[in-house]
Write a new protein. Structure first.
Length: 115
């Protein structure tokens, strides 16, 4: 089992910045990706960004250079700049086990962009 501990959400004004972090513990799959998805009320859960050890980072189309994902050991970070009200959502940390084709999810952290 993989446990994901998220932090860093909150309320920020439009144009502001936030950094989310997520630390994985437990039986972390050897070959995996780590990343972030988000879900706004009444909408589907969308990819924000993922990162794979030794591979490329992938971003959702709406990111447009505003967010940067990085990883150190078993912690993944999402630096979010130039935040917009449309970025308001619950952000979920994800670990994907490529071998078993399983996804592990965090509890989610609320990001609210509002003046």
């Amino acid at each position: 089992q993989v446990h994901l501990a998220e932090s860093g959400g909150g309320l920020v004004q439009p144009g502001g910045s936030l950094t989310l972090s997520c630390t994985a513990s437990g039986s972390i799959p050897r070959i995996n990706s780590m990343g972030w998805y988000r879900q706004a009320p009444g909408k589907d859960r969308d990819l924000v960004a993922t990162i794979t050890s030794g591979g490329p980072s992938v971003y959702g189309d709406f990111v447009k250079g505003r967010f940067t994902i990085s990883k150190a050991m078993d912690t993944v970070y999402l630096q979010m700049n130039s935040l917009k009200p449309d970025d308001t959502a619950v952000y979920f940390c994800n670990v994907r086990d490529f071998a078993l084709r399983e996804d592990y999810w965090g509890q989610g952290t609320q990001v609210t962009v509002s003046s």
